[in-house]
Design a protein around this ligand. Structure first.
Ligand code: V47
Ligand code: SF4
Length: 383
């Protein structure tokens, strides 16, 4: 029995809901795109049941009953950073260097080699920004990873790092990205997007790459025939307008390039950072946000619930509210969220735990690689 049965379109449209929401539902069921104003209306006026019904309809149309995950691990080359984003619990300023770590290429290779013989398909590399980890550092690292394990997908670095590294190397984004790609970089994770509104970005993430620069780097990368993800940091001091604006800019770029694989809403966690006084939003708001993202981003194939950040229970619940991807096994290799107060202090799931978690809500687990090629479809596996 499926536990995620939701209102049928007929019921949603016949029920006692205001006309403006009914008009949005009619559009969604007809496969039409909603406008900026309609996105805002959903945030301001629609309850969880309403947006969840629409989001689940889209989710099942796009991805059926599948829930994707992969076998991955993270490498965080440093937690020292030249920037001082006020939401970040992870970074230590250069002057507090003794509290942080800064790995050498050899040390990172030791981490990579720990996974020899294991069925991982992806390494996710990102962290702080420091002068030493420059163009040569990363080209050497990517070259050595590929030499050691050619089939391991390298998903690494964000426009925040690229902008700093390429400026220092006096390279254009296109020149720098070409060098990174030739060294072995396969795709880009979605980090560093935060929130695109200029005033708000200046306030919480001042000094690092601008929204236009973030979008431009992804556009150039997509133009090279490569793929990436996109995130949005929500639930801090942003407004609903800021969230719709953020998703609108991503939707516009995706119309142009079709290079984004997944959208990943990242819930602001408030432990031990400069914004610790800002309360975290409720689970209801998390689910509403996933659902509205699913409805708004009609040209994104996947919406990812990053379980290490929201915890496995909310991640499981989100599968009824538009998400179809849970990221990966992670293997306790990231500190970004545990340091910011996630309930997952040592994020690690075995394949069977991930599979059970997905099956428990009546969905079909599918192991994928980074680019969503199917590695194993569990509906085809004998129990
Ligand atoms: O850009 C930092 C966020 C991001 C906090 O592409 C915080 O598959 C909440 O982008 N509360 C980096 N969020 C992580 C990231 C990511 C994660 C998983 C998968 C993928 C992918 C990408 O983490 C940063 C920032 O937005 N972050 N501090 C915090 N206190
Ligand atoms: Fe540095 Fe990234 Fe933390 Fe900002 S979010 S301080 S860029 S590590």
């Amino acid at each position: 029995m499926l536990t995620h049965a939701s209102l049928t379109p007929e019921l949603a449209l016949s029920s006692n809901i205001p006309d403006n929401l009914k008009a949005i539902a009619t559009k969604v069921y007809a496969g039409q795109r909603i406008t900026f104003e309609e996105g805002l209306t959903l945030y301001k006026e629609a309850d969880l049941a309403f947006v969840g019904t629409l989001a689940n309809f889209i989710r099942e149309k796009k991805n059926g009953n599948y829930v994707y995950f992969n076998h991955n691990f993270h490498v965080e080359p440093t937690n020292i950073c030249v920037y001082t984003c006020s939401f970040c619990s992870y970074s230590r300023l250069i002057k507090q260097r003794e509290q942080g770590w800064e790995l050498s290429v050899d040390q990172i290779m030791d981490v990579i080699k720990k996974y020899d013989g294991q069925a991982v398909t992806e390494v996710h590399i990102t962290g702080g920004v420091v002068p030493k980890q420059d163009l040569n550092f990363y080209t050497e690292l990517f070259t050595r990873i590929k030499k050691h394990r050619p089939e391991l997908h390298i998903k690494a670095l964000t426009p925040v790092e690229f902008h700093y590294i390429f400026k220092k190397a006096k390279l254009s984004y296109a020149e720098g990205l070409k060098i990174m790609r030739e060294a072995g970089l396969d795709s880009l994770p979605g980090g560093g997007a935060e929130i695109f509104d200029k005033d708000l970005r200046d306030k919480i993430a001042g000094g690092k790459c601008s929204s236009e620069e973030w979008l431009s780097i992804h556009e150039i990368w997509h133009g090279m025939g490569a793929q990436s993800n996109a995130t949005m940091l929500y639930g801090h001091i942003e407004t609903f307008e800021h969230r719709v604006d953020h998703m609108d800019r991503l939707r516009n770029l995706q119309d142009k390039t079709k290079g984004f694989n997944a959208f990943i809403p990242l819930k602001f966690r408030n432990k031990e950072n400069e914004m610790a006084h800002v309360p975290e939003v409720s689970v209801i708001e998390d689910l509403r946000n996933y659902a509205i993202a699913r409805i708004y981003l009609d040209n994104f194939q996947h919406i990812k619930a990053y379980w290490a950040m929201i915890g496995r229970n909310t991640a499981q619940l989100s599968l009824n509210f538009g998400t179809d991807d849970l990221d990966g096994t992670i293997d306790d290799t990231t500190k970004i969220y545990s340091m910011a107060g996630s309930e997952e202090q040592n994020p690690k799931l075995s394949t069977s735990q991930l599979v059970d978690l997905i099956k428990a809500v009546g969905r079909i687990p599918v192991e994928r690689d980074t680019l969503y090629h199917i590695v194993k479809d569990y509906s085809l596996v004998q129990p």
